[in-house]
Design a protein around this ligand. Structure first.
Ligand code: LLP
Length: 426
């Protein structure tokens, strides 16, 4: 989003016009930003002076699952990572071949695994009981990958750190022998090894430590075709945030991967499954200010949204930059700023921001929560019987509606209403 002539614009389209046309609250995504991030990731791993590794990007669809976004990914040559059969089905609706979709379930039922295999997804096995079941059920028929927990504590908030010893994800690297024995017993074809240490990690060194664990483990499996390093690249939620330097990561990981392939004796594919990195910055949650309320200790800005639309601030204490689209702060000009608590309309303490300095906010002003593309809409709910927002994608300078605003019928869909015979009488 750029400030041009005192108006915020996305690809030259005035954001206030988008708000007028589609109504609020509204998620708006900038396709150019997504395309830029894909390009950055690719050039970091495959461009000179890197080793030109065989990179595959598998977009973690859980971050933002709208089918038009999935289609954009496919159009850009990106493949997909899914965590449920339904996500995978959405990918197939977007045109992905099942074989392009990684399926990384955590603790799901064997029935769902059966469905995934029947669809032809690439199954990533996350526990020893599942590995045994796969061996008993499919023997040598279904090539799998194995998700390893490398015991590396990395990532932002503890809720999104997944590679430490106490995490529920993956098979512990200490159970290496047990994995090998089951694979041998049932002749399970192991095509890939996988780790995902957590979301919001900053340093390439954690990645390299994880990579070393897999490179070492690879000697147990001579027929690998890929290694999947998961994702978790941190994005800048705040100016000056320490983020993952993807170019540096690309240099270091592609060098290490190249050396590993030499030693392994075969060119493997290097996979990543970024969610946040690809879509976070592209997304803006536009909301309208309902009330500005001055209490003795605080001034509250209450907006027509809440934890039902963007739960990250409440769930992870995440910081989201807020812009007053109706009253931009223009560089070089004095702006009256005030300090606010920005809160939602849900019957909970759904605080988006505490003591935030913003250009003066008046009722009716449109605010934008920035970096809302990842885990924004996809974690939204109907709590308090509220509608989820509509979604718009700006593509080649044109805003397209990619999800309609919900209606009261959507809230009732699926409810079976009991007709009680008698009214309760006192
Ligand atoms: N691969 C696997 C196996 C994952 O579990 C995840 C995220 C990803 C890839 C993508 O990670 P990313 O690049 O988006 O960091 N709701 C949280 C993030 C939860 C991440 C869950 N798994 C948030 O809003 O920060």
């Amino acid at each position: 989003m750029q400030l041009n002539n005192r108006t915020y614009q996305i690809q030259g389209v005035n954001v206030l016009d988008i708000a007028d046309e589609f109504g609020l609250p509204l998620y708006v995504y900038d396709a150019d930003k997504i395309i830029e991030k894909i390009g950055l990731l690719r050039s970091s791993f495959t461009g000179t002076p890197n080793r030109g590794v065989n990179l595959k990007i598998k977009y973690a669809a859980k971050a933002l699952t709208n089918i038009s976004i999935l289609k954009l990914m496919r159009q850009q040559g990106v493949e997909m990572d899914s965590v449920s059969v339904n996500e995978a089905r959405m990918g197939m609706l977007a045109g992905f071949e099942p074989s392009q979709i990684m399926f990384t379930p955590s603790g799901v039922s064997f029935d769902e695994i059966r469905e995934a295999v029947a669809l032809g997804l690439q199954l990533n096995v996350d526990s020893l009981p599942l590995l045994e079941w796969v061996g008993q059920t499919y023997g040598s028929q279904v090539p799998i990958s194995v998700r390893i927990n490398p015991h590396i504590s990395e990532g932002g908030n503890i809720k999104i750190s997944t590679g430490h010893a106490d995490s529920k994800f993956g098979i512990s690297i200490l159970q290496r022998e047990a994995i090998r024995e089951l694979v041998e017993q049932y002749q399970i074809p192991v095509a890939g090894l996988h780790i995902h240490t957590g979301s919001d990690f900053k340093n390439a060194s954690a990645f390299l430590r994880g990579a070393d664990v897999l490179f070492d483990l690879a000697s147990d499996y001579p027929n690998l075709t890929f290694i999947d390093f998961g994702s978790g690249f941190k994005v800048a939620y705040k100016e000056g945030d320490h983020i993952t330097d993807v170019a540096e990561l690309g240099r270091q990981v592609s060098e290490a991967f190249y050396n590993f392939c030499q030693q392994y004796g075969r060119d493997l594919e290097l996979w990543f499954e970024p969610g946040k990195f690809l879509v976070s910055e592209s997304g803006h949650l536009l909301v309208k200010t309902n009330i500005v309320k001055e209490n003795p200790t605080r001034t509250f800005v209450a907006v027509d949204s809440g934890l039902n639309h963007l739960i990250r601030p409440m769930m992870y204490d995440a910081y989201h930059d807020i812009k007053n689209i109706s009253n931009p702060s223009v560089p070089g000009e004095a702006t009256v700023e005030k300090t606010y608590n920005v809160v939602g309309y849900i019957c909970e303490t759904d605080t988006f921001a505490t003591d935030r300095s913003l250009p003066e906010v008046s009722p009716g002003d449109v605010l934008s929560f920035e970096n809302a593309g990842a885990y924004g809409f996809s974690m939204a709910s109907n709590y308090n019987a509220r509608f989820r927002p509509a979604e718009v994608l700006v593509y080649e300078g044109h805003p397209y509606l990619i999800r309609q605003r919900e209606t009261f019928e959507d809230l009732l869909r699926g409810q079976e209403i009991i007709e009680f015979e008698e009214e309760f009488v006192k």
